[in-house]
Design a protein around this ligand. Structure first.
Ligand code: SF4
Ligand code: SF4
Length: 383
């Protein structure tokens, strides 16, 4: 008879809302679909089996736990609602509590704890992009009557490739006439990926700090460009109205407040972000915005929508060298280039970082360019 580790099962059920890990009937679909299983031997099924058999020590020491991208491809494929992704997070949580996080995850978490961003750049530099921006960006101090808090996010504040997108967002929001403000240096990290890395305590701390800051400025509505922030603010914080910048853009296109005049005569392929698609069931919004841009021919990769391959940047792995052998981002970049598209469009700053690296590593950067959908909107509206 199978011995079930009830303590782990309880943690798993309570914290991640999974039906029960005991539902797993070992069909192996999760392992077959997992993007890092084929080469790096991350077998979600085997880890579930360890739980069922109560092999806790083996489970906590399995290095594969840290290879998981938290992409949720296994979870949406599982026929028994056994939630393998959520199990990975639960195992990580236990491993972190017993001091077994590997160095690359420890660095990621320390950077966020100390500097409130995954790269560990001084937190006082969070608003430097605003000082260099060529448009006005209101803050909670200069526009105290704001309706929407634009939570800029770590990547859009610190990462060189994503900062120009922040400029464009500001210009677009100003043009549409949204009454918004940013927190500037008082902004922290949302904590989405800290939670996926298994550091629940730090996640709760970040959440508390953010909610305190939101309370100080009377924030009720939050606008975000990152699907990672969207996921956590919408599903894991309480009581805020949360909207994506792409939703605001689409509304403005439909109402005529944002006119997309200049045609972009390019073949474009869209890469579904895990945190928009599999976590929040948002598949059409980015495609609708792309279709609204004149001249664009939208094509699809073989793996798209719910079956889209992850960019490789989830679960705390966006800033570290992947511990295993494969590079999911390279594989995805190759898949995009094989469609013959000129542009690989993304709706997530982490996808931008990972796939830019991917097209360079695959030496297809002379054929296909990675662009944020917001860059394409901006180019058509103001370019
Ligand atoms: S977790 Fe789901 S997909 Fe994976 S082996 Fe179990 S039942 Fe099959
Ligand atoms: S979440 Fe993604 S990377 Fe992690 S086990 Fe499931 S399919 Fe594999």
């Amino acid at each position: 008879m199978v011995k079930v580790n009830l303590e782990l099962v309880e943690i798993f059920k309570e914290e991640f809302g999974a039906e029960t890990v005991t539902e797993c009937f070992n069909c192996g679909n999760c392992t077959a679909i997992c993007p890092v299983s084929t080469v790096d031997h991350l077998f979600p099924r085997r880890l579930i089996r360890y739980v069922q058999l109560g092999l806790e020590e083996k489970l906590l020491e399995a290095p594969e736990t840290w290879w998981c991208l938290t992409c949720r491809q296994c979870t949406v494929t599982c026929p028994r609602q056994a939630y393998p992704t959520e199990l990975m997070v639960a195992i990580r949580k236990d491993a972190i509590e017993s001091g077994r996080a590997p160095p690359h995850i420890r660095d990621f978490l320390t950077n966020i704890q100390k500097q409130k961003n995954p790269w560990g750049v001084g937190k006082f530099k969070r608003d430097q992009w605003v000082k260099k921006a060529n448009v006005e960006v209101p803050t909670v101090k200069t526009n105290q009557e704001f309706e929407w808090l634009w939570f800029v996010d770590c990547a859009h504040s610190f990462d060189n490739r994503n900062v120009p997108v922040s400029n464009m967002i500001a210009e677009i929001l100003n043009h549409i006439g949204i009454n918004y403000a940013i927190l500037g240096r008082e902004e922290g990290c949302c904590g989405n990926d800290v939670r996926r890395a298994g550091e629940e305590g730090l996640f709760q701390l970040l959440k508390e700090e953010n909610e305190k800051t939101f309370g100080k400025y009377g924030v009720e509505k939050i606008l975000v460009a990152s699907p990672h922030c969207y996921n956590t603010f919408k599903n894991e914080y309480d009581g805020y109205e949360v909207k994506l910048v792409l939703e605001v853009i689409l509304d403005a296109i439909k109402s005529g407040k944002l006119e997309l005049k200049k045609p972009i005569e390019k073949k474009v392929v869209y890469h579904d972000s895990c945190f928009l698609g599999r976590y929040n069931d948002i598949y059409e919004l980015p495609r609708e915005v792309l279709r609204a841009i004149p001249g664009i021919e939208l094509v699809e990769m073989p793996r798209s929508y719910q079956q889209a391959l992850c960019c490789g940047g989830g679960g705390g792995l966006v800033v570290s060298e992947y511990p295993g052998e494969i590079r999911v981002n390279n594989e995805r970049a190759k898949e995009a280039a094989e469609t013959g598209a000129d542009i690989l469009a993304v709706a997530c700053p982490f996808c931008m970082i990972m796939l830019e690296d991917g097209v360079k590593a695959e030496k297809v950067d002379d054929k296909i360019e990675v662009k944020d959908i917001i860059e394409l909107v901006w180019e058509s509206a103001f370019g």
